[in-house]
Design a protein around this ligand. Structure first.
Ligand code: ADP
Length: 370
């Protein structure tokens, strides 16, 4: 019997999972359910190389998606026993700065943070509820995307607003922290000189942000109170004049829900190009709007990178990670072409591995509580 960690990353329409051996954190299997709520599909592969793919019942919800994952795990186990289910939680607020065992009280606290991450937090919590219902008497562990940024100076977490509003919790949190924690860890292990210096990490996936990492710690990051701020993303607008949002609500007569859907789902690369949020398709397109979207993206990543460098008083390395950062060479080159004025710095690509980072943290928590 092998004890395992089942690591889950639940999005609005997908449930990604990986299974790790608890003893040495070897990855045993991984995969994902896609298009939850629609024509759901399942795909998975084992460390042995064996793969499988198929369709799930139309309208599959998060609970049914997790049931499909568990059915796969049961079917393929060679005596695997799930020792803990580990969940990626987008928002831990100011309270949750380390991974924790989920209790009813933790669930209440995290549900109260849902308005700050309306597109992510409810799905993250749905996976915990599903896990509690399906997996049996096994601990659920929550890891937080906000945690890596939690100890920044007030100067970097505040907005220039009245004390009244600040007292109500309107402030910057920052996200993609598990990804940045992984980058800091890889730097410490493989590039100790850079780990001791000033690094701008660029997580460029469907969501996108930058983090100023100085001596292994987050100093500054481009996302703010919600995951809408900073860089333009696949379908999110990134930083936008708050006055524009007031105009949309008051003068264009949009409801709050309409404005939210506009800024989260119809903006970014999709909104600018009018074509797609997929960078591969934009790179292959001859449409001027595709070039505009990619040019704007590179400009904003470069501008915000310089901002992150300013927060640290310089830059020793720029690290790219996630789908676009790892694979879109032309986008990386367009960003770097705009940053020559910062002088010499190293450029690295480090593949994202949030799942392993979560497994490492969960194992440490289990050992600390044993
Ligand atoms: P998520 O945030 O959903 O995990 P990813 O990190 O997988 O997203 O990043 C998705 C983005 O990466 C998409 O815009 C996709 O087009 C882009 N991408 C993935 N592979 C490539 C590639 N080979 N070339 C260019 N872009 C790529």
């Amino acid at each position: 019997m092998i004890d395992t960690l089942l690591v889950l990353n639940a999005g609005s329409s997908s449930l990604k999972f990986q299974v790790f051996a608890l003893s040495d954190l070897a990855m045993l299997a991984g995969g994902q359910v896609s298009r939850i709520g629609g024509e759901a599909t399942f795909k998975a592969s084992l460390a042995s190389g064996e793969k499988e793919a198929g369709n799930l019942a139309p309208g599959t919800d998060h609970t049914a998606a997790l049931a499909a994952v568990l059915e796969f795990v049961d079917r393929h186990d060679d005596g695997w026993r799930v020792a803990a289910v580990v969940h990626r939680i987008v928002h831990g607020g100011t309270q949750y700065v380390d991974p924790v065992f989920v209790t009813p009280e933790v669930m209440d606290d995290l549900a109260a943070l849902s308005p700050l991450a309306p597109l992510h937090q409810p799905h993250n919590l749905a996976a915990i509820t599903a896990s509690e219902a399906l997996v049996g008497d096994v601990p659920d562990i929550a890891c937080f995307d906000t945690a890596f940024h939690a100890n920044r100076e007030d100067l970097f977490t505040t907005f220039a607003i009245s004390g009244d509003l600040r007292a109500k919790g309107v402030r910057r949190y920052g996200f993609h922290g598990i990804s940045y924690q992984w980058i800091a860890r890889v730097l410490a292990e493989e590039h100790p000189r850079l780990a001791a210096g000033r690094v701008v990490a660029a997580h460029l996936g469907n969501g996108a942000s930058l983090c100023a990492i100085e001596r292994g710690r987050s100093v500054d990051t481009t996302m703010g109170m919600t995951a809408l701020d900073g860089l333009p993303m696949g379908t999110r607008c990134g930083a936008i004049d708050a006055g524009a949002v007031i105009y949309m609500l008051r003068d264009l007569g949009m409801s709050t829900d309409e404005a939210e859907a506009e800024l989260y789902n119809r903006s970014g690369l999709l909104g600018l190009s009018g074509l797609t949020n997929d960078v591969r398709e934009l790179l292959a397109s001859a449409e001027p709007s595709a070039s505009l979207a990619l040019d704007y993206y590179a400009l904003k990543v470069a501008q915000h990178s310089a901002m992150m460098a300013a927060s640290m008083g310089g830059i020793d390395a720029l690290v790219f990670t996630a789908g676009i950062g790892e694979h879109a060479t032309l986008v990386r080159e367009a960003i770097l072409a705009r940053l020559g004025f910062l002088g010499a710095f190293e450029t690295l690509v480090i593949p994202a591995n949030e799942e392993l980072m979560m497994a490492i943290d969960a194992k440490a928590l289990l050992e600390a509580s044993a």
